[in-house]
Design a protein around this ligand. Structure first.
Ligand code: IPM
Ligand code: MG
Length: 361
């Protein structure tokens, strides 16, 4: 069996972390007896510098012809002055829309080894944390009409959702809830926003079709508060593009570090996109200082969702847990305990790849 993976290193620490995730995938392929063919595509600031476009058509083509897309991160201060549709981030949004990847799965799980990195009181997270945010990814305010008045003293963005967009996102969320703890919390701002009232109406109808899953509703401001007050109440959260963007950063921090959280963007007819939820961290780019584990865990999601290689996905996740259990850390997840050893990006990637090979033996 041979799979084709498009890699988009992107900007900042993107190339650093994608290189390590690729090592993990190569290790898995070598022990599992399948072949991987990697095709690199340009996107974001790197693509702007090379071609003037954040997402050249050739990049989208490379992705469309692949079984999955492994992505690092895009953006950085160098391109901050560009108009919105020419920024690196426009490349990422174009990729998500271009591949129709409307459902973004963002698991927020706390590795027991990293409990010391969790900023919440130990009694609040006793028993661990394991939730999944299902974020709508190709609609809402990210893609609605926007503009500014002449002179630029007023500007607007539009949150618009259709019933069909909400329904298909909820279908993914219920599927995920059924495979997990069977509890789904739909997060909106239905006390203020018309678009949220649509979400709630559609979600209430959908809930009636899924009696085996316990559905609840929460306003987004309350959810932001509940995530730090009692995060263990959540199993699956389903929400809009922007609310999901914000809540997933919050959820990542309570699990220890944003440097640990993976994501899968799926749903379209095209290949899924697998990327860490963190940004491009330009300040530490190219310094062997970034934590590659979020991207390595995204590679595990790639194996599971895109290639249906569940065992191999578990192998990667197990290898990450094993290096953490050995006390290996990157700077963002180091607590200063004497048993820890702080590694750079490459050494961490190599440690995981080695564990994958050892575990398979
Ligand atoms: C994310 C990021 C992106 C988003 C940015 C880089 C456009 O924050 O994947 O969460 O807002 O979706
Ligand atoms: Mg974000």
């Amino acid at each position: 069996m041979r799979y084709r993976i498009a890699t988009i290193p992107g900007d900042g620490i993107g190339p650093d972390v994608v290189a390590e995730a690729r090592k993990a995938l190569e290790a898995v392929a070598s022990v599992s007896g399948f072949e991987l063919e990697f095709a690199e595509a340009m996107m974001g600031g790197a693509a702007i510098d090379a071609t003037g476009e954040p997402l050249p058509e050739t990049s989208l083509e490379i992705c469309r012809r692949s079984d999955a897309v492994l992505l690092g991160a895009v953006g950085g201060p160098k391109w901050d002055g560009l108009p919105g549709d020419k920024r690196p981030e426009a490349g990422l949004l174009g990729l998500r829309a271009g591949l129709g990847a409307y459902a973004n799965l963002r698991p927020a799980r706390m590795f027991p080894e990293l409990a010391a990195s969790c900023p919440l009181r130990a009694d609040i997270v006793a028993g661990g944390l394991d939730m999944l945010i299902v974020r709508e990814l190709t609609g809402g305010i990210y893609f609605g009409q926007r503009g500014q008045d002449e002179g630029g003293d007023a500007a607007w963005d539009t949150e618009r959702y259709s019933r069909a967009e909400v329904e298909r996102l909820l279908a993914v969320a219920y599927g995920a809830a059924r495979a997990r703890g069977r509890r789904l919390c739909v997060v909106d701002k239905a006390n203020v926003l018309e678009s949220s009232r649509l979400w709630r109406r559609v979600a209430m109808e959908t809930a009636a079709l899924h009696p085996d899953v316990e559905t609840s509703f929460m306003y987004v401001d309350n959810c932001a508060m509940q995530l730090v007050r009692n995060p263990r109440q959540f199993d699956v959260i389903a929400t809009s593009n922007m609310f999901g963007d914000i809540l997933s950063d919050e959820a990542s921090m309570i699990t220890g570090s944003i440097g640990m959280l993976a994501s899968a963007s799926v749903g379209g007819s095209g290949p899924g996109i697998f990327e860490p939820i963190h940004g491009s961290a330009p300040d530490i780019a190219g310094r062997d200082a970034a934590n590659p584990l979020a991207t390595i865990l995204s590679a595990a999601m790639l194996l599971s969702y895109a290639l249906n290689r569940k065992e191999e996905a578990a192998l990667v996740e197990g290898a990450v847990a094993a290096v953490l259990a050995e006390g290996l850390r990157c700077a963002d997840i180091a607590s200063g305990a004497p048993a820890e050893r702080v590694l750079g990006t490459r050494a961490m990637g190599e440690a995981v790849a080695r564990k994958i090979r050892e575990a398979a033996r």
